[in-house]
Design a protein around this ligand. Sequence first.
Ligand SMILES: [Zn+2]
Length: 324
Amino acid sequence: MLYRSMPSVRNSLLAAILLISMSMPAIADPDPAHEDSPLGSFIATKLTPDENIFHVSAKRLFGTQKTPAHLQAQAIGTYALGCLAGAQQLPITGDNWQVMRLSRNRNWGTPQIVNFIERIAAEAKAKAGWNGFLVGDMAQPRGGPMLSGHASHQIGLDADIWFTPMPDHVLSSAERENFAPLEMVKDHATLNAETWSESRDKLIQTVAQDPQVARIFVHPPIKKELCRWSGGKGAWLAKVRPLFGHTFHFHVRLKCPEGMGACKDQWEPHPDDGTGCGKELAYWYSDAPWKVIKRDPNAPKPKPRPPLTLAGLPALCRAVVAAP
Ligand SMILES: [Zn+2]
């Protein structure tokens, strides 16, 4: 009924999306026109009659999704511009992990990353003596851009893992919401020697050596510490990349899984010195990455960029939004 009462312009947009979805291989027949479908109900409940689904910000479109798209699992697009079909939810409590901040509903990913976390958490316990993972943000139920935080985490192959080990009891949902992580750095140049430990060096080494892992992001002093600890030796160090904002967690990124043709890998890091402990790290210890750009107060204000919409995402993402 909702659908029938919608203006015809939106009906034709829905029909267009339905056609796109139906012409796609390996993605089963979503029916966005059905009033129960997320897109149908999104249009009916969240858009005003004069709003066009292709002009709505992609953040809003994906950030308000509560359930995964019931399609074959696929990471679509790039880590920072894409979406996720057929997502799996990481169970909130496992043998060697617990999911934090449940209210965010970001413990979704490809089946590959869900399996990976289960496997690598057990391996980290065996090899690094790490008691278990506290898992932060992965992806939204349908991936895509988020209303808050993260440029990436869009295709179900990224996960944030805390540097705080899992406590010995099952956390309540209130604890998962409020428990504060340990900070590993004092500032952007200095490691926090009171919280860092060798088990954390071994933890990152274990994860980085895994062949499924493409990159790990950590705050610069953590990379510096790993370089010191390892004596600047080990090909795994090349995968560990300094980046702002990774002070209490590391961010692990998996390579595109085999057979996911719509997933686009990033270039593989090949620092000159084989580790990134030289020139690359020195860059993060220069002023360049931390400089605040001062704008001429008399210059005309730059026009705000129009928001990213569904039209700016890979075409397959339309079916991901539309699917039941
Ligand atoms: Zn992250």
